[in-house]
Design a protein around this ligand. Structure first.
Ligand code: NAP
Length: 277
């Protein structure tokens, strides 16, 4: 597994396992993933599966020190309740530190959360701190007040939502871009896209592998989720081929700026998030 080196010198595997919607019936898949090379796990308090992740890690026998665990503070805890939320995550994950702790969405109170996370970072309880779903203006607010620079921004990114402008900003400020939904959350449109299918045939890979490799070649980390061993395996096997520059350029023409309701520019959506659990 290759790593990205974050702006504080912490190494993060380029491919991680997203676990959104994974439940107890998927524990075998989690254990399988850990036993077949996944070392980076992306969970969140909101996924209500941190205890399941701890159980799968225990069953896999993989040592804590060999893992990179990300979790996130949920929107109802942004602001004053961040410290408490962090302690709860530690307890559920059965660990005494988190590798990467993120503010899940840029809801009201995120500057207060950021200050709490800086303290936890300085106390050695978190190895890297960052944000998710932040737009440039929201990141700029943090950059103005911070004593620690965000290490990452985890944002929805795939060939139909390429995030060029925000990506450039992240590169410029040495903030690692992590893609969520790098497979379009399983969107059949992306999986049936003519160009992506043509490139899959050309490189002898699957459409999923083309999407993941495209991200990695742009310097973006990926955290695809699957509960199927054959797909989990495929999603790791993206380091043995290279998409040619010409083909990378062709993929860049697929941009559609395609988002669902979960849009960080939608103020009503952000307001609503604080009330769901
Ligand atoms: N920060 C945020 O706000 C945020 C938001 C959403 C997600 N995330 C994180 O990002 C992770 C990834 O995003 P996501 O889970 O929403 O979507 P995703 O990884 O883009 O797509 C997952 C979907 O693709 C399918 N799939 C996976 N590998 C495949 C393959 N090789 N071939 C065909 N289908 C495949 C999965 O089905 P099967 O499971 O049936 O294989 C699942 O339906 C999440 O799990 C979560 O950790 C973060």
């Amino acid at each position: 597994m290759e790593d990205y080196i974050l702006n504080n010198d912490v190494a993060m595997p380029k491919v991680g396992l997203g676990v959104y919607k994974m439940k107890s019936e998927h524990e075998d898949a989690l254990v399988w993933a850990l036993n077949h090379g996944y070392r980076h796990i992306d969970t969140a308090a909101f996924y209500h599966n941190e205890e399941l992740i701890a159980s799968a890690i225990r069953k896999s026998g993989v040592k804590r020190k060999d893992l990179f665990i990300t979790t996130k503070v949920w929107s109802s805890d942004v602001g004053k309740k961040t410290n408490q939320a962090f302690e709860k995550s530690l307890q559920k994950l059965q660990t005494d530190y988190i590798d990467l702790y993120l503010i899940h969405w840029p809801v009201r109170g995120y500057l207060e959360s950021w200050r709490t996370m800086e303290t936890l970072y300085k106390e050695g309880k978190i190895r890297a701190i960052g944000v998710a779903n932040f737009e440039q203006n929201q990141l700029e607010e943090i950059m103005k007040q911070r004593t620690i620079k965000p290490a990452v921004n985890q944002i929805q990114t795939n060939p139909y939502l390429q995030q060029h402008a925000l990506h450039e900003y992240l590169v410029q400020h040495q903030i690692q871009h992590i893609a969520w939904g790098s497979l379009g959350q399983g969107s059949s449109q992306l999986f049936q896209d003519q160009l992506l299918s043509e490139l899959a045939d050309k490189y002898g890979k699957t459409t999923a592998q083309i999407m993941l490799r495209w991200s990695i070649q742009l310097g973006i980390a990926v955290i695809p989720k699957s509960v199927h061993p054959d797909r989990l395996q495929q999603n790791l096997e993206v380091f043995d081929f290279q998409i040619a520059d010409g083909d990378m350029n062709r993929i860049s023409t697929l941009e559609r700026n395609k988002r669902g309701i979960n849009d960080p520019n939608n103020k009503l959506f952000l307001w609503f998030l604080r009330f769901i659990r």
